[in-house]
Ligand binder design. Structure first.
Ligand SMILES: [Zn+2]
Length: 61
């Protein structure tokens, strides 16, 4: 099972479309997965403009 990352909001998913912004042009060329548990208290979440917990890619190409 290959995972892909959304180039818009950086969510990592195994589906064919982003569960958040519905983008279908997901990329399998990404690096640096971060797991956000508590977006309100996460500096990474703030820096990446993430409002929901989940798994995100730092870089999506
Ligand atoms: Zn997205």
């Amino acid at each position: 099972m290959s995972e892909k990352a959304c180039p818009v909001c950086h969510i990592v998913t195994s589906g064919n479309a982003c569960p958040k912004c519905k983008t279908t042009g997901l990329s399998d060329d990404f690096s640096g997965i971060v797991i956000i548990f508590d977006p309100a208290n996460s500096a990474i979440a703030r820096a990446m403009n993430i409002a929901e917990k989940g798994r995100y890619a730092l870089k999506v190409r």
